[in-house]
Structures are given as structure tokens and as C-alpha cells.
Design a protein around this ligand. Sequence first.
Ligand SMILES: Nc1nc2c(c(=O)[nH]1)N[C@H]1C(S)=C(S)[C@@H](COP(=O)(O)O)O[C@H]1N2
Ligand SMILES: [Mo]
Length: 245
Amino acid sequence: MSSLSRRKLITAGLVSTTGAGALAAAARIADRYGLIPPDYGGIYGPGETLTYGTQRLLTRTSLAREFSPSQISKSPFANGRPPTDDAFKSLQAGGFADWRLEVNGMVARPRSFSLADLKSFPASSQITQLTCEEGWCFIAEWTGVTLRHVLQLAGILPQARYVVYFSIQQRWWHSIDMDDALHPQTLLTYGMNGAELPVGHGGPLRVRVPRQLGYKNVKFVNRLVVTDNLDKYWRKSSYSWYAGI
Ligand SMILES: Nc1nc2c(c(=O)[nH]1)N[C@H]1C(S)=C(S)[C@@H](COP(=O)(O)O)O[C@H]1N2
Ligand SMILES: [Mo]
């Protein structure tokens, strides 16, 4: 679909309509164009579909705002605590030389990457804002490899729709659709403000998805799973799955 006809669709189908019947109509249109978010059936229902569908139609390839070096926050806030278990401490003591990122699921070539591998790939830096849903934010320079590059090395299969990324912190994982997974600003970051990514901010490796809220930016990431269905990987949360900003 051209961007013009996308806009027409939005105007005709989503924005200019109001009321409950219109929401149902919008949901039908969204379904037809693959714009239903996976938490459609949850308490948000049609509202979530409108948000996700509208964002996807209008901003599929838009860029998150980038800032200048002088705007980098002096004291970025590290939310929560890094893992305290012995396994993490021993990895940390070894400079994370034994850290691995596993990539599997719907890929042609399941892979395992060391940090050195990831650092040998083309590096990408961005000065963007991390925005927590609880009302605070900070700007930092993030350095890493695009998720896209790593996915292409593994070879995503055509039916793939989502990438799930897991933290060594058991409670933490999240997923994004292929638009965000292949977006040029979506990074697997190992550097922050010109230094190694501190463990407070998810070192040695975190997902940076600057077009979505803080909670989608999972820290201590060590596994990616490519899938066409999130049922098995659903993360119960009071926050919506799509956290576009
Ligand atoms: N593994 C893990 N990832 C996480 C979290 C966490 O507690 N554990 N907190 C999330 C939330 S709610 C936010 S706002 C950001 C905070 O990032 P920061 O610690 O770099 O400020 O990380 C996100 N990723
Ligand atoms: Mo957050």
C-alpha cells in the first residue's frame, strides 16, 4: 500500500469515525491489514487496536527523536537493581567474556554470539531518550549493533512476526513486531555515553527500542526468539504490549 492510500485508509476508516460501531469497523479494517496488536482481547480491546493500528499506518518507519551531545543527562537514573546471583557475579568478574546471546526460533541458522562477536559487527550510536511509564526520563548515547543485523545473520523465516527478547532476570522479557525489530534505531546495546554499558543500565547487553516506553527496553538480554505467535511468550502486565511513543 502506498503511503497515500494508507493515509486515506486512516482518514476514512479510523480517524473520522466515532462511537462503538465505528470502533468495531476500525477493528475490522485493522484486522484486514494486519494491524491487530496481540493484546487485542485484553481489557484495552478496541482502544489498543486503534493506537497500534494508527501508529503502524502512520509511523511504520518514522524515527525517534535524536538529541545533541550537550543534551545527554548528567546523572541518568538506573531503575531497579542488577542481578545479585553468583552466576551473574562470576560472569561480571570475567568481564562478561562468557556471556552469550542465543538467537533461535523461526530462523534459518540458530546462533550464539559472544559480546566480542557483537562488537565486531557494524556499530550504531544514537542519542535518544529513555522514557519510563512512571514519569521520568533521561537522555543518553547508546551504542550497539542493530537488532536487524543480528536477525539477518540468523536468517529470519518469512512467516516470522515477532521477536521476543529475554533477560537473565527471569521476570523480564518482552516482544516487538517486525517493524520495530527491523527498525534502524532498534539496537542491542553494549555501550552507553562512550563507555561500556553499566550493569545498572542492563550491561552487558540491553535492547534499546527508542520508539517505545522504558519497560520494553529490557536489560541483561541473553536470548532472542523469533516467532509468529506470542501465546507461548505472553507476559502478563498491567501495561499494554504496544508502548509506542
Ligand atoms: N531486566 C530488566 N529490564 C528492565 C527493567 C528491569 O527491572 N529489569 N526495568 C524496565 C523499566 S520499567 C524501565 S523504565 C527501564 C529503565 O532503564 P534504566 O534502568 O536504564 O533507567 O528498564 C526496563 N528494563
Ligand atoms: Mo519503567
